[in-house]
Design a protein around this ligand. Structure first.
Ligand code: PLP
Length: 376
């Protein structure tokens, strides 16, 4: 599915890197643990359908999304495995949950009551709040949880909880995470005495790496499947063999030869300190490039680092390409990804933009076409 782009700027998705990451991360799972591919938010900006179809092709049979509409899109695209909706779905959409065989998370007692009242047979996983205080039944409230078994049309197929500091090696965070795991396991063991609890899951990406002793039915893997860390500073217990799946490329629109002292761009915020060659690159914050990278980042041209200078515009940015020999317009520019021996990592952009890789990915706009490579 290789295609040579004629776009001004584009996103490249390397499906072979995705296969590699999934196979590598799967090798870290306990034998009975199933890989649940987290493809919410348009597959972390990579493209929901293509990512999920590729996952299906290489044997993944469980998916997690954030919304019912993401789940329906997967079904319409031919995804046949289990699809868990991690977040809130309005009970008025109960029929669609039933029709598309989506698994809904039950987030509290009132929600269960409203969803059951709609009268459709729905598969559910019960979300347990073990300390994050976002969604779920309090881990100690076994009374409310057992009442769920009275709703005959809500079929409890599993239980899960979410760890909120498993990316840290601070002692207090480790002991907090262990208490989350222990209290969740205690609840499950109590419930098991009288009830069928179905499938159990706790780990997300960092939970898998940093708490490999957890032995559950699924691990919900998002960010690491895409080959990147949320943040440079995140703690990982082992060194991982992952490849970033996403790159962003652009091409030089035009080139200016500017004399020393020339000021450039909106606000004339940047002044060249010597005679310089400046290229205009047709990508900007309207494509999802953080404006915080203004005079605070670089791109790769012919494998060489070239600083972003002046303010990033909505649709364009300026780059100092003085160091690159024999440059003409149309030359490909790497905003994220590898070129020659150099690489720009999403984690670096995230750091410069004072955020995490996940948000950078979610900000990438649809107007950048996705070019998919590999995957055959
Ligand atoms: C997003 C999400 C995940 C995936 O987390 P990663 O850190 O990207 O692996 C897992 N579980 C829940 C509940 C989530 O919301």
């Amino acid at each position: 599915m290789v295609s040579i782009s004629t776009s001004r700027s584009w996103v490249e998705i390397d499906l072979d890197a995705l296969s590699h990451n999934i196979n590598y991360l799967s090798s870290l799972l306990k034998p009975k643990t199933k890989f649940m591919a987290v493809v919410k938010a348009d597959g972390y900006g990579h493209g929901l359908i293509t990512i999920a179809r590729h996952c299906q092709r290489i044997g993944i049979t469980a998916y997690a999304v954030a919304t019912i509409d993401e789940g329906i899109k997967l079904r319409k695209a031919g995804i046949s495995g289990e699809i868990l909706i991690l977040g809130f779905t309005h009970p008025i959409r109960a029929f669609e949950l039933y029709k598309y065989h989506l698994i809904q998370s039950i987030i509290d007692s009132k929600y269960a009551c409203e969803l059951s009242w709609c009268g459709f047979d729905i598969d559910v996983h019960v979300k347990i709040d073990s300390g994050m205080h976002r969604l779920g039944f309090d881990v100690n409230d076994i009374g409310s949880i057992e009442e769920l078994y009275e709703y005959n049309n809500l079929h409890i197929k599993g239980y899960f909880t979410h760890l909120c500091v498993c990316d840290s090696n601070k002692r207090s965070d480790i002991s907090f995470t262990k208490s989350q795991i222990n209290s969740f396991n205690r609840l499950i063991n109590k419930l098991k005495k009288y009830n069928d609890v179905g499938k159990i899951h706790i780990q997300s990406s960092y939970g898998l790496i940093n708490y490999p002793e957890i032995d559950c039915d699924y691990a919900r893997i998002g960010i690491l499947m895409y080959g990147i860390k949320s943040s440079h500073s995140d703690y990982l217990k082992i060194k991982l063999d992952l490849s970033p799946v996403l790159s962003i490329k652009s091409r030089i629109a035009t080139i200016h030869h500017l004399v020393k002292g020339t000021k450039i761009g909106y606000g004339l915020t940047y002044q060249v300190t010597k005679d310089s060659i400046v290229a205009t690159i047709p990508i900007g914050y309207g494509d999802g490039i953080p404006r915080q990278l203004s005079s605070n980042g670089y791109v790769l041209v012919k494998g060489q680092k070239c600083p972003i200078i002046g303010r990033i515009c909505m649709d364009q940015m300026l780059v100092d390409v003085s160091r690159v020999k024999n440059l003409t317009s149309n030359e490909v520019v790497t905003i994220i990804g590898k070129d020659g021996n150099n690489e720009i990592r999403i984690e670096q952009l995230a750091l410069a933009a004072d955020t995490i890789s996940n948000e950078i990915l979610c900000r990438i706009k649809k107007r950048l076409p996705r070019i998919y490579k590999g995957g055959n």
